[in-house]
Design a protein around this ligand. Structure first.
Ligand code: SF4
Length: 258
């Protein structure tokens, strides 16, 4: 049976996107092949030697298990956190689709416990998605702006082609999911032309998708957020091409939740 490299398994509530506030059990995968300037989980960039596992829901107490974890072990951890009592089970990262066999196995096994299965992904690994998609209820993919994000293998942002073609291929597969959310993180430096290009492609490929424009949470080298007028202007412009456009900042940093 497949095993997984995971960084954290814990119970919380969804902190961003259209499902914000819903009780969610998170399995955070280790390893990511992108480098976003605003990344809130750089501890997931490399596969982890061990995984932090919350021991009981709502306690904030953790134990440590060595990686890789058998999928059965993850399911047992989820049951110990009362997985069926959650609204959603989120496979997040890091990047879950760098471990597609594990992601598919966990989506299937955890989904059988009842809650909706949410796949949170950078939206680039289109070749891995078909294996996982049949077991997922919601795909939440990012649309990365090349001015803000680089591939881990590239020395600088923009050293290779932007992510638009990969995202478009990914969305062409993801649109078969029951629900699809596309998120664009906007910083003061984000280029309107890049955002307009993304919105045009989303409207062409998956017009029923929910588009979330997320003003960045300042961290690391990103020290400021875009102002409200900018966000409202972007939303108004995107709304001319997409039916469901929402401006939703991250909420968990406000109250210190994981
Ligand atoms: S894709 Fe996600 S985990 Fe990877 S660097 Fe970007 S924000 Fe961080």
């Amino acid at each position: 049976m497949a095993a997984v490299n995971a960084v954290e398994i814990f119970s919380s509530v969804q902190g961003e996107g259209p499902d914000v506030g819903r009780s969610t059990l998170f399995v955070r995968f280790g390893g990511c092949d992108l480098r976003c300037r605003w990344c809130d989980s750089p501890h997931t960039w490399q596969p982890a030697a061990s995984c932090r596992v919350e021991t009981a829901r709502g306690t904030g107490s953790f134990r440590t298990l060595d990686n890789p974890l058998a999928l059965d072990t993850v399911v047992e951890c989820a049951k110990a956190l009362d997985a069926p009592a959650h609204a959603m089970l989120a496979l997040t990262g890091g990047e879950p689709l760098l471990q597609p066999e594990a992601a598919a196995g966990l989506a299937r096994a955890l989904g059988a416990l009842g809650p909706e299965v949410l796949l949170e992904t950078h939206g680039v690994a289109h070749e891995a998605l078909p294996e996982v998609l049949p077991h997922v209820d919601v795909v939440s993919m990012d649309w990365k702006l090349a001015g803000e994000v680089r591939r881990a293998s590239d020395p600088a942002r923009g050293a290779v082609a932007p992510f638009d073609d990969d995202h478009e291929r990914f969305l062409g597969v993801a649109r078969a999911a029951p629900r699809v959310v596309v998120k664009i993180v906007v910083t003061p430096a984000s280029a309107d032309a890049e955002i307009d290009e993304a919105v045009g492609r989303i409207a062409r490929v998956a017009p029923a998708a929910v588009l979330v424009l997320q003003p960045v949470t300042p961290r690391g080298p990103v020290t400021e957020r875009p102002d409200a007028a900018r966000m409202l202007g972007l939303a108004a412009r995107a709304g001319q091409r997409l039916a469901d456009v929402r401006v939703i900042p991250q909420t968990h940093p406000v109250w210190g939740a994981l």
